[in-house]
Design a protein around this ligand. Structure first.
Ligand code: 1DF
Ligand code: MN
Length: 345
């Protein structure tokens, strides 16, 4: 494993547990038309042997094929998170119970393989106070490394004051909240229903990018200045638009139509966000990100099992960046952001 130059920590790696998969099968079989049901029905209620890309078996597997692939391709560590949509399509009680079980299971597998796995603590936003309690347990007792949420919950976003206990907890516990995609919420879903653009190709990024822009424009980061958010997929492209967001938001503030912010939107993005490279293996996009956000704020990720491991490794190995920067991308930033112990190797 130590035959490669840099420790490789992949930071957006998905898993599930049987109980959550079973509950998602229930969701798949219930009536409904939300965008996520396309994927949920294909993965969790597929006829035997027709499991889309074997995703379900690869999500359920932690210590078999996953570790073998990591060994074969020289990936030292997966930072694991309960796969999208997490528990966010269940009722509040089911969601709260299941996410506790998933966090327990995650802590157990990390304890068995402390150098191979770290993990993000899930929570059920449907019940913000209980979510905050579980977040505290996840860090204090289970020693997990950060938090994961899959964008909207019942089409509501985290700038809604009812979710503030969650953001207070993340800030107080000093751990990063990864906002991972799910399908565009009801109300913005319709134009995504043709040509399969609803998912990872386009819809996911717009959903999460919109979420991030909402958080910034709501003034949330004046209330929670130390809150740190992680976005995948090269920041979902948000930072490409920062100049325009600054210009338009400032104009809207002058008109008195939106919350007054203490800083420009771009300054919050640079202060309060980090991004990962999951499923976005573009030298140009990475170069732009490094120049815009700085080399401390970009982390490598694969997006296992949804994206193949070999190209993610080959790409980062070949990226035209200095050793100093590659060291940060491959593991230094992940160690700092997710409180992972550095390793001599
Ligand atoms: C897909 C992609 C599915 C990502 C995911 O979770 C996911 C996909 C359900 O391609 O179907 O996490 N992704 O992050 O890009
Ligand atoms: Mn993902």
């Amino acid at each position: 494993m130590a035959d490669h130059k840099f420790r490789r920590i992949a930071t957006e790696e998905a898993f599930t547990i049987h109980e959550v998969a079973e509950a998602l099968r229930g969701v798949a079989r219930a009536p409904g038309n939300s965008i996520d049901l396309t994927l949920v029905r294909n993965i969790y209620d597929a006829p035997p042997g027709r499991d889309l890309n074997n995703f379900l078996s690869r999500l359920l597997d932690l210590e078999g094929e996953r570790l073998a692939v990591m060994d074969e391709l020289g990936v030292d560590m997966h930072v694991l998170s309960l796969t999208s949509p997490g528990v966010q399509m269940f009722d509040a009680d089911t969601a709260t119970t299941l996410v506790e079980r998933a966090n327990d299971r995650l802590a157990e597998v990390i304890a068995r393989h402390p150098t191979r796995f770290a993990g993000l603590c899930g929570f059920a936003p449907q019940s913000p106070k209980r979510a905050a309690k579980e977040m505290e347990r996840g860090i204090r007792d289970l020693k997990l490394n950060g938090f994961i949420v899959n964008s909207h919950t019942n089409s509501e976003y985290l700038d809604d004051p009812k979710f503030w206990p969650i953001l207070e907890a993340a800030e107080a516990l000093d751990r990063t909240l990864y906002i991972h995609p799910r399908g565009p919420s009801d109300g913005m879903d319709k134009p995504f229903r043709d040509y399969m653009i609803h998912g990872a190709m386009w819809g996911y990024g717009l959903e999460v990018g919109t979420h991030a822009v909402r958080l910034i424009c709501s003034g949330l980061f004046d209330r929670f200045p130390k809150l740190r958010i992680c976005l995948g997929h090269m920041g979902e492209g948000v930072h490409f638009m920062l100049w325009r967001i600054d210009f338009m938001n400032t104009a809207a503030q002058r008109g008195g139509r939106v919350p007054r912010l203490q800083m420009k939107p771009s300054e919050y993005f640079k202060r309060n966000f980090v991004i990962t490279t999951s499923g976005m293996e573009s030298d140009l996009a990475l170069d732009f990100s490094l120049k815009t956000l700085g080399s401390d704020n970009v982390l490598w990720a694969i997006d296992y099992p949804y994206q193949p491991t070999a190209p993610a490794v080959a790409w980062m190995d070949a990226v035209p960046a200095s050793d100093e920067i590659k060291h940060k991308l491959y593991h230094g930033n992940a160690e700092r952001v997710f409180h992972i112990a550095p390793q001599d190797r």
